[in-house]
Write a protein that binds this ligand. Structure first.
Ligand code: TMP
Length: 195
C-alpha cells in the first residue's frame, strides 16, 4: 500500500480530473484519504499563483514554489502521521520539469540544481504518476479555457515534457498514457496504490 502519491504531467494531461476521481473512489471504499494540490492556497501559494500569471523571473518562481512546498510538507507530514493516504496534484517534479525548462539556457544542469535545493526539505513520494501526452494534444484539450498562463505554449510545454520523461527513469514513477479513457486511468492508479 502506498501512502504519499503525486500526480504529474503537463498542463492539459488530465491529471487533476483523474486525481479527483481516485480520491472519491478511495474515500467511498472507506480509505482515510486526503487530496491536496500545489501551488497551495496558503499565503505563499497565493503569491505563487499570482506570480505564474505574469512573465516571472525563473529564480523567483523556483524559490516561491519550493517555499510553498516546504510549508505544504508540514501538513503532508501531519496527515501521513495520522495514517492517511495523501494524494497530491502536482509536487516537486513540477518544479524540476517546469522551472528547469525556464532556466535551461540560464544555468547549467537546472534539474540537478533544483533537486539539490529541495532535498532535505521535502518528503519523497512513494509513487509519482506521470500522465504522458504530446504537448499539441494537451494544448488542444485546454485551448477553450478563459485564461491560459504563459507556461501553456507549445514550445515551452515541449521542454517540460522532455524534462518529465528524463525524470521518469526512477522506479518511483509510473508512466501512464494520458490518452487512455479516464475510467481506465483511475483503475490503474487505484490498483497501484492499494497493492
Ligand atoms: P495547475 O494548472 O496544475 O494548477 O498548475 C499551475 C501551473 O503551475 C502549471 O502550469 C504548472 C505550474 N507549476 C510550476 O511551474 N512549478 C511547480 O512547482 C508547480 C507545482 C506548478
Amino acid at each position: 500500500m502506498k501512502r504519499f502519491i503525486t500526480f504529474e504531467g503537463i498542463d492539459g494531461s488530465g491529471k487533476s480530473t483523474v486525481s479527483k476521481l481516485v480520491y472519491e473512489k478511495l474515500k467511498n471504499n472507506g480509505y482515510d484519504v486526503v487530496l491536496t494540490f500545489e501551488p497551495t492556497n496558503s499565503w505563499i501559494g497565493k503569491i505563487v499563483q499570482k506570480n505564474i500569471k505574469t512573465q516571472s523571473d525563473p529564480f523567483e518562481t523556483s524559490f516561491t514554489f519550493i517555499a510553498d512546498r516546504v510549508d505544504h510538507c508540514k501538513k503532508i507530514k501531519k496527515w501521513l502521521d495520522e495514517g492517511k493516504i495523501v494524494l497530491c496534484d502536482r509536487y516537486a517534479e513540477s518544479t524540476y520539469a517546469y522551472q528547469a525548462a525556464q532556466m535551461q539556457d540560464i544555468i547549467d544542469k537546472p534539474i540537478k540544481w533544483l533537486k539539490e535545493l529541495s532535498k532535505n526539505h521535502i518528503i519523497i513520494p512513494d509513487r509519482i504518476f506521470l500522465f504522458v501526452i504530446k504537448p499539441k494534444d494537451a494544448l488542444a484539450r485546454i485551448k477553450h479555457r478563459d485564461e491560459l498562463i504563459h507556461f501553456e505554449k507549445i514550445d515551452f510545454l515541449a521542454k517540460v515534457h522532455k524534462n518529465y520523461l528524463a525524470l521518469a527513469r526512477g522506479n518511483r514513477f509510473l508512466k501512464l498514457d494520458a490518452t487512455k479513457k479516464i475510467d481506465e486511468l483511475v483503475r490503474i492508479c487505484i490498483d497501484d496504490i492499494i497493492k
